[in-house]
Write a protein that binds this ligand. Structure first.
Ligand code: PXG
Length: 407
């Protein structure tokens, strides 16, 4: 691949000048990657401990996924859903089998999949549950993160996500996270769904009380309300199980997936559900030009096979336990709490030590890329293929920064 010939500083200046300022990236310009490693344009090497917010569970440039993508690029890339393509059916079947669900509806980004779940729940509410026209309610949680569309930010509790973007869609209620009693109180005969993340990633890796998901599932069942789990970040091995809900033996009515389903190569997302729910969709109700395209399906198939056949959930469980234990053992005047599941780990910085951002900047200077979330939390979520040796490379560097030995 031809190099641009520009320095990191010049490339950052171009981005600043010609792109919207809707992000605040760390000042590193990456041009190459492999496994858990990335290189900047000057050739400096870093460990990627963010994995594009869990979209790179299989590691950068995973050989199997890249080979599948390349092979598909020589055969067929897009048909739209106006015609069938030969990659679509087999991928849908495999995804359903892995998720233990009967049917799937494929989209591209996470937010689109969440929108799809909202439409499914509402139409199910009207046509199956018998809710009166335009009365359907969906219960969500405080500090949720489900994406950035106008409908989704409309039910965010984060002021910045909403400010300036209204008016918002009605039909959403909010309860505190991990509060079953609040869920019971919020349910009405018009409630069609409870939309929730099994662990709140963007809120700062917030792990709910043990049993929360199981009890919430029971409340939903008793009230004929769909339990819709957003596993876009927690799913596909990240927390040490294929899906995070398996930790509590819960099967959702609607499962929302994305990110790692595209193997870090291509946007692939979707929802999974029983036929009774999915069959509310009829031709013309919903769709996407690119959803279920043959390139996405070929990549998604291999991305999923890598997770299953290489048992990445078990690797995440083992590596996660080790990393978490070692992080907890670090003596630091700055750390308030280390929490998470599998390889989704948040280190909360005490407010008296400032925000998490300078810690991420210092980590970067030592060759580790991690990103702050929700001001006070440094998230460690490396690709699930990370080895013990690679974790051991990172630990002393993380310790230097958290212990405050790097200024
Ligand atoms: N649900 C969850 C739980 C997520 O973490 C989404 C939905 C939306 O996915 P898409 O593909 O529409 O981004 C996410 C995404 C960002 C950003 O750059 C997004 C996420 C995490 C951190 C930053 O907007 N998660």
């Amino acid at each position: 691949m031809e190099k641009t010939g520009l320095s990191s500083r010049e490339l950052i200046e171009l981005a600043e000048r010609y792109s919207a300022h809707n992000y605040h990236p760390l000042p590193v310009v990456i041009s190459r990657a492999e496994g858990v490693w990335v290189w900047d344009v000057e050739g400096a090497k870093y460990m990627d401990m963010l994995s594009s917010y869990s979209a790179l569970n299989q590691g950068h440039l995973n050989k199997r996924i890249i080979a599948a993508a390349k092979a598909q690029l020589d055969a067929l890339t897009l048909t739209s859903r106006a015609f069938h393509n030969d990659r679509f059916g087999p991928f849908c079947e495999y995804l359903c089998k892995v998720a233990g669900q009967e049917s799937t509806l494929l989209m591209n980004t996470g937010a689109e999949a969440v929108e799809t779940a909202i439409k499914a729940a509402r139409k199910w509410g009207y046509s199956v549950k018998g809710v009166a026209k335009d009365r359907a309610e969906i219960i969500t949680c405080e500090n949720n993160f489900h994406g950035r569309t106008t409908t989704i930010v409309g039910f965010s509790s984060e002021e910045q996500y909403r400010e300036g973007f209204g008016p918002f869609a009605p039909g959403f209620k909010m309860i505190p996270y991990s509060d079953v009693e609040a869920l019971k109180r919020a349910v009405t005969p018009d409630t069609v769904a409870f939309l929730v993340e099994p662990i709140q990633g963007e809120a700062g890796v917030i792990v709910p009380e043990d049993g929360f998901l199981k009890e919430a599932a029971a409340v939903c069942r008793e009230n004929n309300v769909l339990l819709m789990l957003d596993e876009i970040q927690t799913g596909l091995g990240r927390t040490g199980k294929m899906f995070c809900c398996e930790h509590e033996g819960v099967t959702p009515d609607v499962l929302i997936v994305g990110k790692a389903l595209g193997g870090g190569v291509f946007p692939v997302s979707g929802i999974l559900a029983r036929k009774e729910v999915m069959d509310v969709f009829t031709p013309g109700d919903h769709g996407s030009t690119f959803g279920g395209n043959p390139l996405a399906c070929a990549i998604g198939m291999e991305a999923l096979k890598v997770i299953v056949e290489e048992d990445l959930p078990a690797r995440a469980a083992e590596s996660g336990e080790y990393l978490m234990e070692r992080l907890r053992a670090i003596e630091s005047p700055h750390v308030k709490e280390v929490r998470g599941k599998g390889l989704l780990i948040g280190v909360e910085i005490k407010e008296t030590s400032g925000t998490a951002r300078p810690f991420c900047e210092k980590l970067k200077d030592l060759g580790i890329l991690a990103k702050e979330t929700h001001h006070q939390v440094v998230r460690f979520a490396p690709p699930l293929v990370i080895t013990r040796e690679e974790i051991d490379w990172a630990l002393p560097r993380i310790e230097q920064v958290l212990a405050g030995r790097v200024e």
